[in-house]
Design a protein around this ligand. Sequence first.
Ligand SMILES: [Zn+2]
Length: 251
Amino acid sequence: MALYKTRAIVIKSMNLSESDRLVTFMTESHGKVKCVAKGARKIKNQFWGALEPMSLINLIYFGKEHQSLFRLNNSDIIESFQTIRDDFGKLYTGIYFLDLINAMILEGHREPKVFSLLYQALAALDQQTELEALRRLFEIRLLALSGYKPQLEHCIFCRKGPENGLIPFSFAHNGILCKSCSNRARVDIQFSTGTRNYIKKLLDVEIKTCERLKFPKAQMDEIGKVTHRLVLSHLGRELKSYPFIKNMAEL
Ligand SMILES: [Zn+2]
């Protein structure tokens, strides 16, 4: 048996029995981890708030290495992100981030950069009022960290740089094409040079300043079509929380 101590963000929490909960964490040191919290439903005070999705905690758990289910020993809350919980737009955006992590990240791999992305994105969500750029940033960065960074620098076939006018893009090949190669793969979408440049910015802007990127609405929609379609083509399905965000954005 080993004892593990790490910072973690609660991804998902569900009842397992009358007294126990099953909690999924994105940890800073050990990747995605699932723990049984014995008695968590009875001893409310001990774990109060510290097992709610989105909370940043100091987590102690134990179990055998390489097993898939661990036992929770202790969880102390560091940050509850209350501002996110008090605002529906922020709340659903936060839940969408957690759903994406849960769907895209496998257990048993160290993923400190994914933890850092999630932590910084939640901190930005807590502070910022313009959420659209942050949502797109989170999608494209998580894809990039999972090995699905789109090729935006040059044609995926002949490596020629992008030309003037609309740029053809293939989701199956995850990259842009030049005009002469555009008949070698299905062109799923074409976007402007501006959209390409904004997506590139989202890939390396400091997360806490992403609110300052001012996107025209039409451009933002185009960026969303690219980044969200990439998420869909990678996952093969829509996440339950996404339609809520779409509906709220259109209100
Ligand atoms: Zn080409």
